[in-house]
Design a protein around this ligand. Structure first.
Ligand code: BDR
Ligand code: CA
Length: 315
């Protein structure tokens, strides 16, 4: 069975992504690593442990990674969307994890998982790319053990954190530059241009609650997150960014991708922006790398796929 590792900063949408991977019969969730981002590292790590216990997968090792970006401090967290505990006040509902943190740190656990795997592993980073940049820098020999990077991040037509930048890339642009531009690993980028289109509404959340205990708790994480997006976009919606990326990591081809040269802006007012060269028939510009960018999917098909997997009973 294909192996998947998720690097995450839970986060309401990260919680949905972890639950999908934990419940999927299509992949072996081999490890979860944590990073600062939506809230601080201590909280994202505690949330990851609790979420795996909740999803019935306390066997999946969890290791803590970077507490800050590579170079400059991130100007702020995303508690305005995810709440101060990262789960809209829902951490109190998470069960205790029976084993706790792995003895290795995130980069070492990532390296060990790749090295020990008989087949290449899919890595799905759904937070700032700090741990992944450190992995590439410290273990260049293991790049060949990565089947694909499926990254949630970037905005091609306007950011969600600044006018130009999406949160995960904005939180550590130097790390993003390293991973997206400097490394030669097959990469799928899932930007907010697509994740916004995959929004779910109140009726979908009601159906989720009715799928069973996991769906009920996941839905309980959403009220203030949903209110944030509803106010931002002017209609009832909840954006499950990370779940969209992890869907593609679990089931390659669920998203339609287009090959584009991209770069990451690391200076000036557009710091953290991903720029995609969408001109036709021009040579690759210096400082850009061609990757696959997710541009479309069967929107209702994906929403139903989420419900089927999240409503699945533990195996
Ligand atoms: C990304 O930023 C975070 O707030 C979410 O968890 C997601 O990974 C969306 O821009
Ligand atoms: Ca995230």
């Amino acid at each position: 069975m294909p192996r998947l590792v998720i690097d995450t900063d839970p986060g309401v949408d990260d919680a949905f992504a972890l639950a999908l991977a934990a419940r999927s019969p299509e992949v072996d969730l081999a490890a979860v690593t944590t990073v600062f981002g939506n809230v601080g590292l201590d909280r994202t790590t505690a949330n990851a442990l609790g979420l795996l216990a909740l999803a019935g997968r306390p066997d999946v090792p969890v290791a803590a990674g970077a507490a800050r970006p590579l170079v400059y401090p991130a100007p702020h967290e995303a508690d305005y969307a995810h709440g101060q505990d990262g789960l809209s006040g829902g951490t109190a509902r998470l069960p205790a994890h029976p084993h706790g943190l792995h003895r290795l740190g995130a980069v070492d656990l990532l390296a060990q998982t790749l090295r020990d795997s008989p087949t290449p592993v899919t890595l799905a980073p759904i937070g700032p790319l700090t741990n992944i940049a450190l992995l590439m820098a410290t273990h260049p020999d293991l790049r060949s053990k990565i089947d694909r990077l499926v990254i949630m991040g970037g905005a091609l037509t306007g950011g969600n954190t600044t006018a130009a930048a999406e949160f995960n890339i904005w939180a550590d642009p130097e790390a993003a530059y390293r991973v997206l531009v400097e490394e030669d690993v097959p990469t799928v980028l899932v930007p907010i241009d697509l994740t916004y289109r995959c929004a779910v509404d109140g009726a979908w959340l009601t159906t989720l609650r009715e799928t069973g205990p996991l769906g009920e708790i996941l839905e309980s994480f959403t009220p203030s997150y949903r209110a944030h997006y509803t106010e931002l976009l002017g209609h009832d919606c909840t954006i499950l960014h990370d779940a969209v990326a992890v869907a593609e990591a679990i089931s390659p081809g669920l998203l339609t991708t287009k090959r584009m040269p991209v770069t990451v802006q690391t200076t000036g007012p557009a710091r953290g922006a991903v720029i995609a060269d969408q001109r036709l028939n021009v040579p690759l510009s210096p400082g850009y790398r061609e990757i696959d960018v997710a541009v479309d999917t069967d929107l209702d098909g994906l929403r139903n796929w989420f419900l089927t997997l999240l409503g699945r009973t533990e195996s």
